[in-house]
Design a protein around this ligand. Structure first.
Ligand code: SF4
Ligand code: FES
Length: 246
């Protein structure tokens, strides 16, 4: 396939960025989206140009490091991670606009790479338990209702990619934060810090400059792991309950 990519190029955090157009003549439909960028970078390197900086690690949809906006959609037109998107999604002659996540709390470092350190600081504010973990306990020693176990597992599938923030018109990270709060708050091991966790994580969320949730739902539509919107209702209930306590 012949594909034209228009990519956000920005030398560093301070530089002014701009879209730059590149033509690729031999894109295989079986390539992943990142492999297509690898081919472009090889071409740029051979031509003596600076390759496009982008994040990736696992390339298996697990680590959450690879997100970019493709034609205005976080992770592109499929509900998956950028690394799991394949070029067969597109057709010969397509023009693809590729940009970094756009959110005040995710400043661009270079080209398509943004600083998602704000997520790490939200996790550090409350995404942990203090119960001694020790060696693996006997599986049935702490019974967890099936429904709670399933919901905690569902929330735990959040890979911290940031697509929810990139898709949200408010630049809110409520889906991410709510997934982390639900993941631990639904389990017995997470109960001792349940109140402080939700208060501290929301305080950090707001301090990082993420916007408020107004129930638009773009976050859950863009989420490659299908984190449902109702984790945010759960977070709000937990927060109200925690703040109401003396
Ligand atoms: S909630 Fe979904 S979109 Fe947001 S960081 Fe987690 S996996 Fe990514
Ligand atoms: S590179 Fe790890 S999720 Fe895409």
């Amino acid at each position: 396939m012949k594909i034209t990519v228009r990519i956000w190029r920005q030398k560093n955090a301070e530089a002014k960025g701009t879209m730059v157009s590149y033509e690729l003549d031999e894109v295989d439909e079986n390539m992943s989206f990142l492999e297509m960028l690898d081919v472009l970078n090889e071409k740029l390197t051979l031509e003596g140009e600076e390759p496009v900086a982008f994040d990736s690690d696992c390339r298996e949809g697990i680590c959450g490091s690879c997100g970019v906006v493709i034609n205005g959609e976080a992770h592109g037109p499929e509900v998956t991670t950028t690394c799991q998107l394949h070029m067969r999604t597109f057709k010969d002659g397509d023009v693809l606009d590729i940009e970094p996540w756009r959110a005040g709390a995710f400043p661009v470092i270079k080209d398509l790479v943004v600083d998602r350190g704000a997520f790490d600081r939200i996790i550090a504010a409350g995404g942990y338990i203090t119960a001694p973990t020790g060696s693996a306990p006997e599986a049935n020693s702490t019974p967890v209702p099936k429904e709670d176990a399933d919901r905690a597992f569902e929330a735990a599938t959040c890979i911290s990619c940031g697509a929810c923030v990139a898709a949200c018109p408010n630049g809110s990270a409520m889906l991410f934060t709510a997934a982390k709060v639900a993941h631990l708050g639904l389990l017995p091991q997470g109960q001792p810090e349940r109140d402080s966790r939700v208060i501290n994580m929301i305080e950090q969320h707001d301090a990082e400059g993420f916007g408020s949730c107004t129930n638009i739902g773009e976050c859950t539509a863009a989420c490659p792991k299908g984190i449902p919107l109702d984790v945010i209702s759960r977070l709000n209930r937990d927060l109200m309950g925690a703040l109401a306590k003396p």
